[in-house]
Design a protein around this ligand. Structure first.
Ligand SMILES: [Zn+2]
Length: 174
């Protein structure tokens, strides 16, 4: 288990476009593992490689649903549908939150760690996580999209996490 340091805003690396992965080397597979470790350690639901200082198109997501841990290389949104509006946070901007309008459902295509093409369709929290993490690969932070953006008191942070878990549980039931 290797936890990497999460890059915090302001940092130029968070505003740059990440490069496509051309070859899945052992270093890329190690990065995927470390990114998941780092995400779980920080209690996040997603992490993009630029957030650990690496400008490559790689994301990990786990919203606590049946998909479990999603590792995706060169992810691309190939379809999106509907709309949702709700709170979002970012591990690179601790202590803040903002309400962001997103597609309610997205279908994302990419490669897994074995180089096999995978396609995943997600709704609600998973769709939001995909859009948020893929934005990171394009140097876009949610704060640029948020309709309101505010500092959260530390005691509310815990409640926010519980709400996200609740949302993931509700999705499971649907
Ligand atoms: Zn983020």
């Amino acid at each position: 288990m290797a936890i990497r340091e999460i890059v915090l805003e302001p940092n130029e690396v968070l505003h740059q476009v990440a490069e496509e992965v051309k070859e899945i080397t052992p270093a890329i597979r190690k990065l995927l593992t470390d990114m998941a470790d780092t995400m779980y350690d920080a209690d996040g639901v997603g992490l993009a490689a630029p957030q650990v200082g690496i400008l490559k198109r790689i994301i990990v997501i786990d919203v606590g649903d049946d998909n479990g841990l999603i590792e995706m290389i060169n992810p691309e949104i190939i379809a999106s549908e509907g709309e949702q509006f709700g709170p979002e946070g970012c591990l690179s901007i601790p202590g803040y939150r903002g309400d962001v309008r997103r597609a309610n459902q997205v279908t994302v295509k990419g490669l897994n760690r074995k180089g096999k093409e995978i396609t995943i369709t997600g709704t609600e929290l998973l769709a939001r996580a995909f859009q948020h993490e893929i934005d990171h690969l394009n140097g876009i932070l949610y704060t640029e999209l948020a309709e309101n953006y505010y500092e959260i008191p530390p005691e509310e942070e815990e409640q926010f996490e519980q709400e996200q878990e609740q949302q993931a549980t509700n999705e499971k039931k649907e």
